[in-house]
Design a protein around this ligand. Structure first.
Ligand code: FE
Length: 254
């Protein structure tokens, strides 16, 4: 399996603390059936700044250590960028790192409490530059939980999204689990990833999430998500299903 969102790089954010922990995380990822993993440290999220060249250096070092320790896992490049008015300045300064540095797909994080007013503008501008934002864990965003229609609009505009496996598994509570299902049912998600931060509380529960998806929606739906992650590794475009709008609530008819 391929995991497109994970905090495995040592000492850069609230994920792995050091190389020893990164190697332990890598061993767990392999045990969980993961062969390729995008290392996606936080960037611009008010606490962490991890620019492109630093991530590349650390990812090269981690790949070397994995080889030396005979751990069959390949680290790919990535970054989880908090939406920011200055994102384009950061892009110009070559601080932003798209997935595999391909200039095409970028993990974009919204603040957990809201969707900033400039979100649609940022998505539009990124798309104009040929970069498709993949909004990470929309199911955990407070404003989107209250306003499903807004998520539909962001996807309709051209953003892709990634659900976190732990949300599907129920680790973040029933509300987030049920919103995750609605997102899948309305074709508003394109990837499932672990967003693993460690091996204890936030690990590599990808297989379990796929099992839940298969049980609820059939194996085809699981293949869809798995193939989309593979498309990124193959430097090809993911498959995008037509988003289904949420039905309006009708009040006062009866
Ligand atoms: Fe993350």
């Amino acid at each position: 399996m391929i995991d497109i969102h994970c905090h495995i790089l040592p000492g850069v954010d609230d994920g792995s603390a050091d190389m020893k922990e990164s190697l332990n995380m890598a061993r767990k990822a392999v045990e969980a059936g993961i062969t390729h993993l995008f290392a996606t440290p936080h960037h611009l999220n008010e606490k962490y700044v991890n620019v492109k060249r630093d991530i590349i250096d650390r990812a090269v070092r981690l790949n070397d250590s994995l080889q030396q320790n005979n751990i069959p896992l390949i680290i790919h490049l990535g970054q989880e960028v908090r939406i920011h008015r200055d994102i384009f300045t950061s892009l110009e300064k070559e601080e932003i790192l798209t997935l595999d540095d391909n200039g095409k797909y970028l993990l974009l994080e919204l603040p957990s409490g809201k969707v900033p007013t400039y979100t649609k503008e940022v998505i539009y501008e990124l798309l104009l530059k040929g970069i498709t934002p993949i909004i990470v864990h929309p199911e955990r965003n407070k404003e989107l939980i209250e306003n499903h229609k807004l998520l539909f609009e962001l996807v309709q505009e051209g953003a892709l999204t990634q659900l976190t496996s732990g949300s599907i598994n129920g680790n973040f509570g029933k509300k987030i689990q049920s919103f995750s299902k609605k997102i899948i049912e309305h074709n508003l998600s394109h990837f499932i990833a672990t967003d693993a931060h460690n091996i204890i509380s936030r690990g590599f529960s990808l297989q379990h999430a796929y099992e839940i998806i298969t049980k609820a929606y059939g194996i085809e739906r699981t293949f869809y998500f798995k193939e989309n992650a593979e498309q990124l590794i193959k430097k090809q475009s993911p498959f995008i299903e037509k988003p289904v709008p949420f039905k309006k609530k009708i009040f006062g008819i009866f």
